[in-house]
Design a protein around this ligand. Sequence first.
Ligand code: PLP
Length: 339
Amino acid sequence: MHLSRFNPLRFAHLPTPLEPLPRLTQALATSPGGGPELWIKRDDCTGLAGGGNKTRKLEYLLGDALANDATTLVTQGAVQSNHVRQTVAAACRFGLECEVILEERTGSNAVDYTQSGNVLLDELMGAKIRRVPGGTDMNAELAKVAAEVAERGGTPYVIPGGGSNIIGALGYVECALELVNQANEMGLEIDRIVTATGSAGTHAGLVAGIAVMGADIPILGIGVRAPKETQEANVYKLAVETADLLGHKERVTRDMVVADCDYVGAGYGLVDQEVIEALKLAARTDAILLDPVYTGKAMKGLIALSRAGKFDGETVVFLHTGGAQGLFGYQSVLDGNLE
Ligand SMILES: *Cc1c(COP(=O)(O)O)cnc(C)c1O
């Protein structure tokens, strides 16, 4: 698989570590079948202003942006978007301007949510921020801002929410390659990969990468927003398009895309007691800092499925997609729940 021909820029700290989770494994060994052996792929350590999964995507997206002589990145996300933080950081690194549109998607007016966490870091890095109400047509907003940039003589480069298009997804094709190489070097046999799945680029890139390699490792996406049918359809479409870009569209089959969307709770970015329990368990066993919106929900699912015996005897790699910076945007939700 020849990824260099897409000319990614290199700024992520790679390869990210692949580590065992001995104490979390022990804590989940309560099912009669003994539970899974858990490992973690540390994509929270990709290095760009706090890192996270968007950094790998941005290596390919920034390569494309500079090849197109962009002056200004334009993107969108929720107020506590990790994607927006990493995009703003990438713009800084390459001397570009960055226009961001933040959607008030959760309806929260808490000052920590609206001012701290990721959005504080966006401001620190000099992003030009506009806020719009929940339910706004964000693609239309992106087009509007891009037109404004062009009107004042700039060259906009629009990055969709989550950086999830075929170019961004190449970052997770590369992650799949990196992970399988690491496992081979360590003599580790991976039975399953578990990841949070949202705007679909991470999940789709992994599926395309594993499929094109012929590695035959099942991937379970745990949904954070959309229902299962929608999520799987989005991931499948993007995985096929990404594999097509690599010249191997036929290798991605529909059965390779599995999302479990039973752990979303009340909605995107809304935290429930099981999410808080998941944040606490990961922190108090192997000192892993998860986030409330994505990895906390994915871990909520991983814990429930492990306890239900679904992964008994398997070696499961949890992809840590980052986001701990968002914890500070949820301080008022966590306060009083951490004893
Ligand atoms: C964006 C994000 C995800 C989801 O990745 P997608 O590619 O949007 O599906 C997962 N975890 C964190 C921390 C994220 O910021």
